[in-house]
Design a protein around this ligand. Sequence first.
Ligand code: ADP
Ligand code: ADP
Length: 237
Amino acid sequence: MIEFKDLSLVYPNGTQGLKDINVTINEGEFVVIVGLSGAGKSTFIRSINRLVSPTDGELNIDGDNILKYNPKQLRKLRTEVGMIFQQHNLVKRSTVMKNVIAGRLGYTSTFKSMFNLYPKKDLSLAYESLKRVNIGDKVHARADQLSGGQQQRVSIARVLTQQPKVILADEPVASLDPPTSHQVMTYLKQINKEDNITTIVNLHFIDMAMEYADRIIGMREGQVVFDGPASQVSEST
Ligand code: ADP
Ligand code: ADP
């Protein structure tokens, strides 16, 4: 369970990124955050793995206030809370397999990857993850040889290989065409349901949010202005 309690974030330049957020997200929920550019969606999501640091309030994950975490606890948090970005953040010249296995703890170090010193268990986990997003045939391809949609599927496989409790996706389909966007959203939703991984996604488009979300959180100027099931959105807007 992720609990925002009077959570606020003021950036060093004085911009209020989040203001008095009170939201509880339950295990296994598929939540979509919507709002205009600058509404605070990205700041909301990045607070949950502490890529940004809220300045006031509490952010509890399973009862632990992550604002109090030390660097070691933060490293652990980031293995449990996986992240997918708009620009997939893959190592372009590296193979798909190398990118995905980097999702495993400790393989960000170049030494092991240079010599392909991966435990069999991790390799099979990575391969299984790639198969789940239907891209198992590309293990040896270089990341930059794939299309945008394929790269985003690889980043889903990478996050899956991390075996996270929570997946955060910051505008994961913003640079993809509509059919590819739907494909990526379908995989995210499928994984959420099959593995019961709490999933929080930022989207620009309300129609796509309504199609996939269990619950929609609407943001404006750093505040939550709507929070409810997708079916209630049209009534209130
Ligand atoms: P969204 O994801 O909805 O576009 P953001 O969370 O990125 O919104 O931004 C919320 C507000 O915080 C905006 O006014 C934005 O300009 C500001 N902001 C975001 N990141 C920073 C930063 N690193 N420093 C200062 N202001 C920031
Ligand atoms: P996003 O679409 O994820 O919100 P942006 O394009 O708004 O990203 O911002 C890109 C980067 O610039 C982010 O790291 C964000 O934190 C930072 N940023 C955004 N707005 C500001 C701002 N007003 N001042 C300083 N940094 C900002």
